[in-house]
Design a protein around this ligand. Structure first.
Ligand SMILES: [Zn+2]
Length: 199
């Protein structure tokens, strides 16, 4: 039974975050015994995802087209919400209230992990602020050390553009992950955002 397809699928599930032996078995046998329709839907969708998922050349969000559907839309307000990964952009988009654009940095500055500003999409954010006549940049980064270092760097980089810089309101607790914040709290944090103050 070692290299058979069942074992391979179980092992693949277990490589996903938060999935252990038990959950992997639950997923597998649910698909096999109870929901074959989801099994084929999932197989087809994953194949397609693998083929078409691409990061947007402008904002770096993951989508199936580049420029992404948000960057190509003409209805978006001249606001950019800066996030560390696409996951957070999708979480904010999920609230349905935000009508601006996004900019995915691709991580956070981390001296410990050796991630420097040059490793992230920060300089092209400044170009966008100028070229797209952006009126406000909302910094929506995690409230932990790396998030704060990165916020500080982003704010300094944008300083001479004169753009208004704001932060999500701190209804979010320290170290909280945007992605796991419930939509209502996230919406409130967006609506009551505060001016970014340089320390
Ligand atoms: Zn885009």
């Amino acid at each position: 039974m070692k290299d058979d397809v069942i074992t391979r699928v179980l092992e693949a599930f277990k490589r996903l975050p938060g999935v252990g032996d038990r959950t992997a078995r639950r997923f597998l046998f649910h698909l096999l015994e109870r929901d074959r329709a989801v099994l084929s839907e999932l197989a087809e969708a994953l194949r397609e995802l693998e083929k078409h998922a691409i990061s947007c050349s402008i904002c770096h969000i993951i989508d199936t087209v580049s420029p992404c559907s948000i960057c190509s839309s003409h209805d978006r307000e001249p606001i950019i919400c800066v996030v560390s990964s696409s996951r957070e952009a999708y979480a904010i988009e999920g609230t349905g209230t935000y009508k601006g654009k996004y900019h995915v940095l691709g991580g956070l500055i981390s001296p410990v992990e050796g991630i420097s500003p040059e490793d992230l999409f920060i300089s092209d954010l400044k170009d966008r602020v100028i070229n797209e006549n952006i009126e406000e940049v909302i910094i929506a980064l995690p409230s932990n050390t790396e998030g704060e270092i990165t916020a500080h760097y982003v704010a300094n980089t944008l300083q001479d553009t004169g753009v208004k810089i704001t932060l999500l309101a701190r209804g979010l607790s320290y170290g909280s992950d945007l992605e796991y914040t419930d939509p209502m709290t996230l919406e409130r944090a967006l609506n009551y955002r505060v001016p970014y103050e340089r320390k």
